[in-house]
Design a protein around this ligand. Structure first.
Ligand SMILES: *Cc1c(COP(=O)(O)O)cnc(C)c1O
Length: 471
């Protein structure tokens, strides 16, 4: 496909500015460009076609089933977009005086109140821009808590080996050292290892429950109690809230601080780098350390400071609030109940063809291991993932969590109906048959997509994000 710069023809335009009735003012030389910007020049219809063609090459939630484990690619109701586009929200300026933005503040206050109720927390900041940013902020709160108490030797953070990669990375960024806690054969935290790791140098534990293999850790109350008894705090990675929303609250499980991924559980479009929000909630003992909300607010004495401009990604909060209010108190637990039911329904249909990493009732997602299939046939988790694209579905998450070899992690989400799940099961089964009949053919998949197998390493390590002009 041609790049937009390759389609450019000098002189083509989409829009003519009306003649201005104001006298022309030149910018001061110091601020003016010396050359024209090299922008693509195109007609409106050509631009429309270019982007439509680009969109066709990508796979989104509107294209088909998108069971990307750990990412909660649920359908985002259109009403969220309609609300976020209201001029009273979309056209606000963050520096507007507070009394001209009363409605926006009400959105933030109501969202804070409801999300605190859903999570069992006492207060919340909306500043962090995404989940990993939220982890960073939550850990800053933990650090500040220990510092304020003069407990300076607490420099270690415990992270289970099943954790999302962002957890140890965030802990390291805040200056903690990371101690990995192994999982037991059921995929849960190994209590003996946890006890052995706990001492007065532990600042806290980072955990998600259900964990990253989709299993609810039944020992959670004992885990959080042990950490508290050792003087540490419990951090909840809320990216998996979609499994428990409305059923059980991290605050009641013994967690002191959490982040949520509004762009996952609370239905903002994500992937491709769109704006998200990773609000951080905490119990009263950490409340004084929360970031102050924006310029102009009084600087709170013990705050960890400002972590992002203004109020964070406000429109993501507006979407989340719309989602919460449209589902209501009955709808939210129904949604997570359906997410768990869908995952178990699909898991049961395919587990005889693809072995489960942990053969138990799962929560919102489950993990398959293709280790044996790979050994016997040479077909890898990657091959199967690519082949699923030919069946019109997005591949599950591959090679994560790291503790499972040849992992495929499937998260159907609650918005998929039974027919879609049955079709997905059929696709998995058809691929299993293809593996038995002609394993070599799997290495060529996908064959129906515009590009078959891009060089993902080069694309990640040396992305070309600027057009190289010839002169
Ligand atoms: C997605 C995810 C994160 C990171 O969230 P981002 O918004 O991508 O930064 C952290 N932990 C878990 C378990 C996740 O699934």
């Amino acid at each position: 496909m041609k790049l937009i710069f390759e389609r450019s023809v000098p002189g083509r335009r989409t829009f003519q500015m009306p003649k201005s009735s104001f006298p022309k003012k030149e910018l001061p030389k110091a601020f003016a460009r010396t050359e024209q910007p090299r922008l693509p020049e195109m007609s409106e219809v050509a631009i429309g076609r270019h982007y439509t063609q680009l969109a066709k090459q990508a796979f989104g939630v509107n294209n088909g089933f998108y069971p990307l484990g750990s990412c909660t690619m649920k359908y985002n109701p259109r009403v969220n977009e309609a609300v976020a586009a209201l001029p009273g929200f979309a056209r606000m300026h963050p520096l507007q005086p507070r009394d001209t933005a009363v409605g926006c503040h009400e959105v933030l206050d109501t969202a804070r109140k409801l999300l605190c109720e859903i999570t069992g927390m006492d207060d919340m900041t909306f500043q962090p821009a995404a989940g990993a940013h939220g982890e960073y902020v939550g850990l800053l709160l933990m650090k500040k808590y220990h510092e304020q108490r003069g407990d300076l030797k607490r420099t270690r953070v415990l992270v289970p080996d099943s954790a999302h990669g962002t957890n140890p990375a965030s802990a390291a960024m805040v200056g903690f050292t990371v101690t990995h806690i192994p999982s037991d054969e059921e995929g849960c935290v190994d209590l003996t290892a946890l006890k052995a790791a706990l001492d007065d140098t532990v600042a806290g534990l980072m955990l998600t429950n259900p964990n990253t293999v989709g299993i609810f850790d039944k020992n959670i109350l004992e885990i959080t109690r042990l950490v508290h008894e050792a003087g540490g705090l419990n951090y909840y990675d809320g990216a998996n809230l979609n499994a428990i929303m409305g059923w059980v609250r991290p605050g009641d499980m013994g967690f002191d601080v959490i982040h949520l991924n509004l762009h996952k559980t609370f239905s903002t479009p994500h992937g491709g780098g769109g704006p998200g929000a990773g609000p951080v909630g905490c119990k009263n003992l950490l409340k004084d350390f929360l970031p102050h909300s924006h310029m102009g607010d009084e600087r709170l004495e013990h705050s960890v400071g400002q972590v992002r401009a203004f109020y964070g990604n406000f429109l993501v909060v507006a979407r989340a609030l719309t989602y919460i209010l449209t589902l209501g108190k009955e709808g939210l637990p129904q949604a997570s109940g359906m997410a768990v039911l869908n995952a178990n329904y699909l898991m049961h249909q395919i587990k005889d063809d693809y072995p489960l990493a942990y053969d138990r009732i799962c929560m919102h997602e489950f993990v398959l291991t293709l280790e044996k299939i790979k050994k016997e046939t040479g077909v890898s988790a990657l091959d199967v993932a690519k082949c699923l694209l030919d069946y019109g579905m997005h591949p599950p998450t591959m090679y994560f969590p790291l503790i499972v070899h040849e992992a495929l992690m499937v998260e159907p989400t609650e918005t998929e109906n039974r027919e879609t799940l049955d079709d997905a099961a059929k696709a998995f089964k058809a691929i299993k048959k293809q593996i038995q009949d002609d394993p070599e053919s799997l290495h060529l998949c996908p064959i129906t997509t515009p590009i078959s197998r891009p060089d993902e390493v080069t694309a990640a390590r040396n992305p070309i994000v600027r057009y190289a002009f010839e002169n």
